[in-house]
Design a protein around this ligand. Sequence first.
Ligand SMILES: [Zn+2]
Ligand SMILES: [Zn+2]
Length: 192
Amino acid sequence: MNSVKAPPGDWDCKVLLSRIPKNGEPCHETFELALDAPIEHWGQEYAPDGLVIADARFASANERILAVVSVRAAFRLPCSRCLRETGVEAAGELKYLFSLRPARDSRDTGGESAPEEDGDVDVIQVDSFQAELDVTQCVWEALLLSLPEGALCKPGCKGLCPICGRDRNEGDCGCRDDDLDPRLAVLRDLDV
Ligand SMILES: [Zn+2]
Ligand SMILES: [Zn+2]
């Protein structure tokens, strides 16, 4: 099981700074990433169904680097109503601005600071730019945020009968609502 906090240890999404043109022209880098275990998120398990494809666009401007990270991946998870395994697509994009930390406070904090919000761009302050820019954590964040909260096996899935548990998509089980135990009526109203 992958921890939500950190990307898989073998993920390595880096770009050589020398590849990013100084004149502001963007450059692309594509990463194909494997998940060997489900991701646990939103209280359920997302089983990977193929590779995670991440595309990062980098552009340099005024000693700062803008990284636009987009991800797409396929997962399988239980239908929110009948629990049948269902395929879902995850796709999303996040923007990050890597900028140098002002020199005066670089001694106090050290390392990379937590991202600050700046509109729809996350600002990540670094003490210095190394030969490579690492966006592994950015790709992971973009992937988590792109996961749909739930799935339906089909529009209008009828779900499970709250009385006998039968899949109502497969036919009427014959249970009548007036037979419903008042304690189970609560379950019915939950629209599970
Ligand atoms: Zn369903
Ligand atoms: Zn039933």
